[in-house]
Design a protein around this ligand. Sequence first.
Ligand code: ADP
Ligand code: MG
Length: 243
Amino acid sequence: MISIRGLTKSFRGAPVLRGIDLDIEDGEKVVVIGPSGTGKSTLLRSLNFLDVPDAGQITVGDLTVDAARASKSDILALRRRTGFVFQNYALFANKTAKENIMEALVTVQKRPRAEAEERALSVLRETGLAEKADSYPAALSGGQQQRVGIGRAMALGAEVLLFDEPTSALDPEWVGEVLDLMRRVAEKSQTMIIVTHEMQFAREIADRVVFMDGGKIVEAGPPSQIFDAPRDDRLRRFLKRVG
Ligand code: ADP
Ligand code: MG
């Protein structure tokens, strides 16, 4: 249901994605691991054109977008099918938790405000934040802010959710509640692509783990292969480093 073909991206002539091919099934949880600077964020960001890829094709459901000639409407359609969860939450500081979740529903999905509000409140209940609906991000803990960030992505009803190191910016005390929420999202057979350094979590949640190095997928397989019987030397060295 998601298919990535020959995805490439350079920044100022420096190649960051060197031809990524990846197929992801409906409901599959794919965890992406790898050294920093290796293109993991760029891969996720390219999937909804937060970074504009140079070449390749992206298919999500019935939509195929050719990176080299994507129209505005292609990009909008792709963004409707993907929800993004940022490392630093990226909430609007001047909007409440509820308004943060409503924002894309109103502006991107063009839903009536009343319907968007109802949806936001329902998602806030699901994320255990009903009583924080009218709180501004500054009044929330890091864990609560990231749960709003996840709720915002969930609310879109997107075909795939993209998580870019969702717990890396958190104080250790808040990591557990965010991972718990991600487990609950996963149980709803939501397709998820997750970049994380939480190896225990990766092992537990992933149907497939993808190891990237130098802008390429070096090895991919079930957690049992990647963590217990890694084949590639670079993957072995990486796992030793991250312990
Ligand atoms: P990762 O998420 O695996 O740590 P990134 O995808 O963030 O890696 O970055 C890969 C490489 O691309 C890095 O060398 C980074 O400096 C570079 N890069 C990422 N985004 C930009 C950008 N907007 N402009 C210039 N270089 C970038
Ligand atoms: Mg990154």
